[in-house]
Design a protein around this ligand. Structure first.
Ligand SMILES: [Zn+2]
Length: 232
């Protein structure tokens, strides 16, 4: 199989790491298991030539956000040291902030990257449901612009490497990670229209993570809704 470089955006493919991984865990045994699991995911992704592996950065389990962020950065360092020279990226995903989950503020992801020894191995996956549930309101143009400005300051827009497109069952700031079909949740179609028509993201992959049945007809319907939002 031909190896695709990270800059080849013709048919970019990303994987999603196991939800059991917690690089923020204060428990050493669970932390080591999480590092090993991420190394395994990165090895598979590299062998397949994937753009990256989407990873929920972790939960601090009551040790506090600052300590949790440092723990995540140290875990990322271990995983990246064990996979030196890999092209596939670790894509930290914005989270809804359920429980003690980290990554519900852009600043968290920026801090993890700033503390990492190999920051060039890290980029970001922007999940629309998670960001909205975390409290970012991008339904109106002014809110959308302010949110992306904040992302740029905290992380850098050039590091926004893929989107997960999901409407949200939960309200703004609810911290609930509950995906809904596009336009049928609390975000509504306008938030998606801002992203789809933003020239800065013309080459950034957008992935539907909405509910699906076996024949995936829901994806066809969600895709049609999104296509209808693109300005002619
Ligand atoms: Zn997601």
């Amino acid at each position: 199989m031909a190896r695709r470089g990270r800059r080849d955006r013709h048919r970019p493919t990303v994987a999603h790491a196991s939800y059991l991984i917690n690089l923020g865990s204060p428990d050493d045994a669970l932390w080591e298991k999480s590092i090993n699991a991420l190394v395994d995911e990165l090895q598979q992704a590299e062998a397949l030539g994937l753009l990256g592996v989407v990873l929920h950065p972790g939960a601090h389990m009551e040790q506090g956000e600052e300590a949790g962020i440092a723990r995540v950065a140290a875990g990322l360092d271990r995983a990246h040291a064990a996979t030196g020279g890999f092209k596939t990226l670790t894509l930290l995903e914005i989270t809804a902030g359920q429980g003690t989950t980290l990554g519900y503020k852009f600043e968290h992801l920026g801090a993890m990257r700033a503390q990492a020894s190999d920051p060039e191995r890290l980029a970001v996956c922007f999940d629309t449901c998670h960001a909205f549930a975390a409290g970012y309101d991008f339904r109106e143009p002014a809110g959308y612009a302010a949110m992306m400005d904040e992302f740029d300051r905290a992380i850098g827009l050039d590091l926004l490497t893929c989107f997960h497109f999901n409407d949200s069952k939960g309200a703004l700031g609810s911290h609930k990670d509950r995906h809904e079909h596009i336009g049928q949740g609390a975000i509504g179609v306008s938030g998606f229209a801002h992203i789809l028509n933003d020239a800065r993201f013309a080459n950034v992959p957008m992935i539907l993570e909405t509910p699906k049945s076996d024949d995936m007809h829901e994806d066809v319907e969600n895709f049609e809704v999104l296509r209808g939002l693109i300005d002619a």
